[in-house]
Design a protein around this ligand. Structure first.
Ligand code: NAP
Length: 458
């Protein structure tokens, strides 16, 4: 795949970048390795000062960065600006909290291990490689980089090939804020070049956010070299509406859960599972709201949905809908591409899915919702847990017993009650099953790329 900006709103290629040569890649790894050796000896206070300055750069350049995100991957400009602001907040959050998250922890009673003192500490691992997707070109990177650098690690970024300008904006961000040169470096390489970088002894660990095939490949390479890996992969999150729910509020939130980021979010509600007693009311309201969304130029602030990021992504989405249609599903709204240049797809609701429809098991990465009628709560849980994914979930109920049952029995890394899944810097983020392993964000996310060192003293 060429490393290029192809504007998804027009379909036109705007920028093509030359990939880094193997010698350039090696030089960048060397820089990161040298920086990691310096960083681990700097104080939290020093790193926090640099991190806050880098956050300030994001604030100062928010308009330009937001526009770049929209031009490269097509999300509505208001959402791109929100992504820049959220990234800056996460940088300040780790500047503020890293020292506390990684503080030494003494054993309460060291005599149980025949010691005068025993404690644990978190130390940086060294150079961490991040393989990142295009759907949140800034946020996905910052939520790795801010905790990693604040822990004293250096970062290498292999960004998605369709967001090279965002990738290069990140290359200089941390250095310009005062971090030692090489603390964070972008590698302009293809997916096929990741194996060599990960095999390099100067690289300690890897984090990947992306598709299942990419995760499988990177995890197996990490395994071969016995290097730590965190995987944040796909999802097909259930959004469950039970009999006791506020159906109108659920329908409104369901639309946002499905179409935010043009529907290209791993934690989007993708399967809407509704108790039969409220199914018809929900389906009517949800379909009405989906059909009224404003689709158009993502740089126009009135647009609620822009194009999909790539032509291939739109083709895959359309195939899933066609498969369902041909097998007898009902298309309640949408189901085709509007007559616009670029890679747009109309907001779509599909119901009455036959058991063999691919939409039941596969992730719809775009504004396509599938609707399921659940006979009762048992049936809702069965449908919710029937995929191979386990990223997040949402359940709408006002019954405390129902709430407790769904929290306990949903196979997912998170449950959001009477709301939609959103990532928060304060909350751990990640999945189970084929959605991956490990966690990002909060304290636990920062500790993933640290050596938990045990110290025992006679
Ligand atoms: P993708 O094709 O897997 O790309 C993600 C990154 O992996 C890109 O940098 C890509 O590089 C690289 N890559 C692809 N194949 C690779 C390989 N065999 N070895 C090494 N690197 C490889 O994913 P996508 O289609 O762009 O993104 C959508 C997917 O990401 C969805 O499934 C979505 O649910 C998931 N996602 C998950 C989360 C989460 O936190 N769980 C968040 C966002 C997205 P190239 O661009 O050069 O191919």
């Amino acid at each position: 795949m060429a490393i290029a900006t192809v504007n998804p709103t027009s379909g036109k290629t705007e920028v093509i970048m030359d990939p880094h040569t193997p010698a350039e890649v090696s030089a960048r790894i060397a820089e990161a390795s040298a920086a990691a050796a310096i960083l681990r000896r700097t104080t939290f206070a020093q790193r926090a000062e640099w991190m806050r300055r880098a956050a300030g750069f994001l604030d100062e350049h928010a308009e330009g960065l937001g526009e770049l995100i929209t031009v490269e991957m097509g999300k509505p400009i208001t959402q791109s600006l929100a992504e820049v602001a959220k990234s800056a907040r996460a940088m300040r959050f780790y500047a503020e909290n890293a020292e506390r998250f990684l503080a030494d922890a003494p054993l309460d009673d060291p005599t149980t291990v025949n010691a005068a003192r025993a404690w644990t500490r978190y130390e940086p691992l060294g150079v961490i490689l991040a393989v990142m997707p295009w759907n949140y070109p800034l946020w996905q990177v910052i939520r790795f980089a801010a905790p990693a650098l604040m822990a004293g690690n250096a970062g290498l970024l292999k960004h998605a090939s369709n967001v090279p300008q965002c990738a290069m904006a990140l290359d200089s961000l941390f250095e310009n804020a005062g971090f030692p040169a090489g603390s964070f470096r972008t590698l302009l390489i293809g997916g096929g070049d990741v194996a060599d970088v990960l095999a390099d002894p100067r690289v300690a660990a890897v984090t990947l956010t992306g598709s299942e095939p990419a995760g499988r490949s990177v995890a197996s390479i990490a395994g071969r070299h016995i290097k730590k890996a965190v995987l944040e992969l796909g999802g097909s999150d259930p959004f469950i509406v039970l009999r006791s729910a506020d159906v109108a509020a659920a329908a409104q939130t369901a639309v946002r859960a499905r179409v935010s980021n043009n529907g290209q979010s791993c934690i989007a509600g993708k399967r809407f599972i509704v108790h039969t007693d409220v199914y018809d009311d929900f389906a009517r309201e949800f379909t009405r709201l989906m059909s009224e969304l404003v689709v158009g130029d993502p740089l126009d602030r009135a647009s609620e949905i822009g194009p999909l990021a790539t032509e291939a992504g739109r083709a895959e989405l359309a195939e899933l809908v066609e498969d369902a249609r041909q097998k007898g599903a009902t298309i309640l709204t949408g189901g085709s591409a509007p007559d616009l240049p670029g890679w747009f797809y109309s907001p779509t609701v599909v119901a009455d899915l036959p058991d063999d429809a691919r939409l039941i098991q596969e992730e719809a990465f775009g504004p396509v919702a599938s609707l399921y009628r659940a006979a009762d709560d048992d049936d809702a849980l069965r449908i919710a847990n029937q995929t191979g994914f386990g990223l997040s979930s949402a359940v709408w109920t006002t019954d405390p017993d129902e709430e407790e049952r769904f929290v306990a029995e949903l196979d997912a890394g998170a449950v959001f009650i009477n709301g939609m899944t959103v990532s928060h810097q304060e909350l751990p983020f990640g999945g189970i099953k084929r959605s991956g392993y490990g966690r990002e964000l909060a304290a636990v996310g920062q500790r993933e790329f640290c050596n938990l060192k045990t110290v025992w003293k006679a």
